[in-house]
Design a binder for this molecule. Sequence first.
Ligand code: ADP
Ligand code: MG
Length: 628
Amino acid sequence: MALLKISEPGGRPAAPAHSLAVGIDLGTTNSLVACSCGGSVQILPDHAKHELLPSVVHYREGQAPLVGEQAKAAALVDPGNTIASVKRLLGMSAAEISSMDRVGRYRLDATRDAGAPAILTAAGPKDPVQVSADILGVLVERAEGCLRGKLEGAVVTVPAYFNDAQRQQTRDAARLAGLNVLRLLNEPTAAAVAYGLDSQDQGNVVVFDLGGGTFDVSLLSMQKGVFEVLATGGDTALGGDDFDHVLADWIASRAELDKPLDALSHGALMHYANEVKHSLSSDETVALSYADWSAQLDRQQFADLCKDLITRTLNTCRRVLRDAALTLDAIDNIVLVGGVTRMPIIREAVADFFGKPPLTNIDPDKVVAIGAGIQADVLIGNKSADNFLLLDVNPLSLGIETMGELTEKIIPRNTTVPVTRAQEFTTFKDSQTAMTLHVVQGERELVSDCRSLARFELRGIPPMVAGAAKVRVTFQVDADGLLSVMAEELSTSKTAQIQVKPSYGLNAGSIEQMLKASHEHAESDMELRTLKEAQLEAAQLIDAITTASEVDGKLLEEHDSQRIAAGIARLEEAVAEENSVRIHELTEQLNRISSDFAARRMDLHIGKALRGESIDDAEHPAESSESP
Ligand code: ADP
Ligand code: MG
């Protein structure tokens, strides 16, 4: 992401001063709506002056759902009809939802296809998109009430690590709530926007966002009002909820509660744990009493209980610094985002890690909504004099499968988007008239270790010898992270393309897993790649010689023929033994042995060509489809 000033000579006309656009932070735990009016950005409150709307929905039979505080209260008495943290369910399959649902709280509709999970409630089946739309609907109503008019558009924020499926479902939810989505904005980006306008910082900034269910770290470079994201990282399964779980588990074991807890007791315990966690942000020590058990808990004990969680956040920071090739002392400012960063134990850990205190002058609960509100105002055209374009980065590499089941990265991870990159590929077999394009996502060398996004075929390639056709593959990622892939055969301009559809059934934590795995397997992956490439080269040579012998075998003396056959046999053996050094040696050897034969063939065919005969006479083109 970069904040890029763009001059628009005679560009977009200034919209009327009353354009109504808002920024929405659709959080796992809390959601907010902000609007930039009269030069300042404000969080829009409800009638009771509450600014944070708990992202909780309670469904009732024959009545409108309750959303927010009332739903949170209802969760204690009727957890089965109350859905919290729905953001964690976006992009998940039914199977994944049931596997992450620790207490079996959700009754899933088994009659639906696996792709579209539906949670059974008193008001009928609800999928995560509908639940999110119900939350957004309340924010829209609130905003239209405050602003006395119909909203023209909204900027909705998403975690930087959301994949295409999760982003698409967020858009769908907004549409369902009747919102015109001006764009989706990464949460850390929004926070940077809020700080960028409020203070005149220059240099490198880390945005540390620990919310209810997700953790994001972004490293931004800021200069004269222009931000550029150097790297992003995070963990989609780490947040304040986990601190609640740690406390709840500790209380359950100390208070010797019966296991497993039913949904009702579990809800009550989680609620209590959450209260304790909040108290420890203002008080050094908290007196605990639960059922007929009581005890004291102080901040240091709490920090010890949460040590692993805190270490995980700092490890992610370390990784982001490494991705950006920056050292700790290159960081000028740390911005804290998310309710959890109110916790003194987090502030201290962050300050210790970076060696300087983090910035906290904008309320960490509200900073994302404020940034989104500013951005909405810009996009709707209220701020015509100060136009800027926000760019984000692509969190995982996007690439294509090549021969040998290897991944060729076209857009590396952490590339600024929107972006377009193209690369040329060629055919592997003689007379290959079709090419399968397999689009993959991930950091590993082998396709099987990456995530498969889509497959499509380019047909109608004119028959040519292997390696002669030129196919240009273009990857385009738009500002919302959606990917289009196009393949074009350059001599005929035949094209095929695909828009990568969001694929359901992706575990929210798997992105982080994929990054971890790529670091762990970096060395063995490279070895495997070297081997695969050597095997491929050997196979191509053997193929070429075998075909040539069938066509022009008459050019070979008996003993040449035998030497070549022996060379092929030795090479095939090395290929089977998977020894890349030996394969290289024997490939070179076979090349030498067959070089005379190749030279004789060349003479023959040049002679033929001069006489106007076709080289391909003896070879019959067959329809075959191979990876590029
Ligand atoms: P999200 O972005 O996921 O909606 P928020 O930024 O609103 O989340 O953060 C919600 C989390 O912050 C919850 O886990 C909540 O318990 C925690 N939180 C909010 N205020 C405090 C506080 N004062 N002390 C500790 N945790 C807090
Ligand atoms: Mg948040």
